[in-house]
Unconditional design. Structure first.
Length: 256
């Protein structure tokens, strides 16, 4: 699964890809395991009463990856989980659900700006399906900005990591002639087109926003951008799920 990440290391400061940013293809289960940070030697074990609490905020919790993330962190047992989405989740969960429209900046400030103690943000929300549509670019970039800036106001001292979900269209899949194989993070955007054209995707405007925010003095969180080729999973009411199409195909084929 392709991903781009920064962790404060020399490679990140030099804006140079590390081996961890190379193209990877993983099952969703393995991806969710990666969302869970490995134990650090300088941090007290999570089984100790002295360890700092870990609180994950999952934005877009009604989607395929959002639901899988909720179930994953619930199974771990030692995480506080808060879910954010416009509509209620269509599945049973003990996690706290907070209804929120990410396009509403004032609402984000009121809800996320007062949310304290969040250590990890998993952002899987999207609006629209055309990553190069100017209106969708503006909407999805502002949604991420509203969520992160508001969350920083309430959890500035505790936020440690931000994960956002994107996809393989960051590698110009709509024009195979421009793609270089294997896909790598250091490849130019859209095959090295002009800078103005390289911004014609909300994937890139979101990435640029994260990089610029991360570079500000006093910002301590790191980030990872996940770009899976395909995501399969079960969740009601999520059209961007290949399992539904496969199910229809199988049902029709059975009757032929």
């Amino acid at each position: 699964m392709p991903s781009t990440t920064t962790d404060g290391s020399c490679a990140a400061r030099c804006n140079r890809p590390t081996q961890g940013t190379l193209v990877r293809t993983r099952r969703l289960k393995h991806t969710l395991q990666w969302l869970t940070p490995a134990p650090r030697r300088d941090v007290v074990s999570s089984t100790s009463t002295e360890s700092p609490p870990r609180h994950v905020l999952i934005v877009g919790a009604t989607g395929v990856v959002g639901r899988a993330a909720v179930e994953h962190f619930t199974a771990l047992g030692d995480w506080k989980i808060t879910m954010v989405s416009r509509r209620p989740p269509g599945y049973a969960t003990d996690a706290l659900h907070v209804p929120l429209d990410l396009t509403d900046e004032a609402a984000c400030t009121a809800v996320l700006g007062t949310m304290q103690g969040v250590t990890h943000l998993i952002y899987t929300a999207i609006a629209g399906v055309n990553i190069s549509d100017p209106e969708d670019i503006a909407t999805n970039t502002s949604m991420l900005r509203n969520a992160l800036l508001s969350l920083e106001a309430g959890s500035r001292d505790t936020l440690r990591h931000v994960s956002i979900l994107q996809g393989r269209k960051a590698y110009a899949e709509y024009d195979p002639a421009q793609m270089l194989w294997p896909l790598k993070e250091q490849h130019p955007r859209h095959g090295g087109k002009a800078p103005a054209e390289s911004q014609s995707s909300w994937y890139f405007t979101q990435e640029d926003f994260l990089k610029a925010r991360r570079a500000l003095p006093g910002v301590r969180w790191t980030y990872t951008i996940w770009r899976p080729p395909t995501v399969l999973g079960f969740v009601p009411g999520a059209p961007l799920n290949m399992i539904a199409a496969l199910g229809v195909y199988a049902a029709v084929s059975r009757e032929l």
